[in-house]
Design a protein around this ligand. Structure first.
Ligand code: BEZ
Length: 212
């Protein structure tokens, strides 16, 4: 198992899921992707996470993002658990959950951290661009549920900075001012961006969200 780092090609795989056999690249097509693991079926935090992810479908669709979850439990277990998630979270799980009983995908993506737990996957998140490069990796422990608003915020930043010479400052949210990429001079920035470029320091220049 090779370590996966930002900028690497996300490894492809074929796996059994709650919705049938899936080839990861075929499933993603030209979309952005979020591959996220959770420790086990029928556990409280995971139930809230998958219910929340289902309720964010419209937000993921708006951003051209397809999501796919994973745990090391089997397909029958996933499908039984999905009924509980739908009931208690008042939603319909609308994405596949990989049934990684042989840990093929977990090992490929280094989702089992033996010093945390020998067998269960940690809460990993891989965000993958349409060209299949890995753009973001998060790792949370089993006891801490993830913040799906943060995942949308990161997707907004990744999509904005992929196409414009900007970066997003601390706590940035979609539509707020951005910083000019260090790769361009203030003079260049003034000619590229329609809105004012404010230079606080030669290396810290703000401008409005160029898409707003
Ligand atoms: C949970 O999803 O609630 C959970 C799973 C494993 C360990 C602790 C919490």
């Amino acid at each position: 198992m090779a370590t996966i780092r930002l900028g690497d090609k996300a490894p492809n795989f074929t796996a059994e899921t709650s919705t049938g056999t899936i080839n990861f690249y075929d499933y993603l097509g030209n979309s952005w992707g979020i591959l996220f693991s959770h420790p086990a079926d029928f556990t409280p935090v995971c139930t809230t996470e998958l219910g929340t992810a289902a309720k964010f479908k419209d937000e993921f669709d708006k951003r051209n993002v397809k999501i796919i979850a994973l745990s090391v439990d089997g397909k029958q277990s996933h499908n039984n658990w999905i009924k509980d998630i739908n009931e208690v979270e008042n939603t319909t799980v609308n994405f596949p959950i990989i049934a990684d009983e042989d840990r093929k995908v977990s090992d490929l993506y280094d989702m089992i951290h033996p010093n945390a737990d020998d067998t269960l996957t940690v809460r990993s998140v891989y965000i993958i661009a349409p060209d299949k490069t890995v753009k973001l990796i998060l790792t949370y422990p089993a006891s801490t549920g993830r913040n799906f608003h943060e995942l949308l915020r990161v997707i907004d930043s990744l999509q904005l900075t992929a196409y414009h010479k900007v970066a997003t400052p601390a706590n940035w949210k979609n539509g707020e001012d951005v910083v000019v990429s260090p790769a361009i001079t203030t003079e260049e920035a003034k000619s590229i961006f329609k809105k004012e470029v404010r230079e606080l320091k030669p290396y810290l220049r703000y401008t409005a969200d160029p898409t707003a």
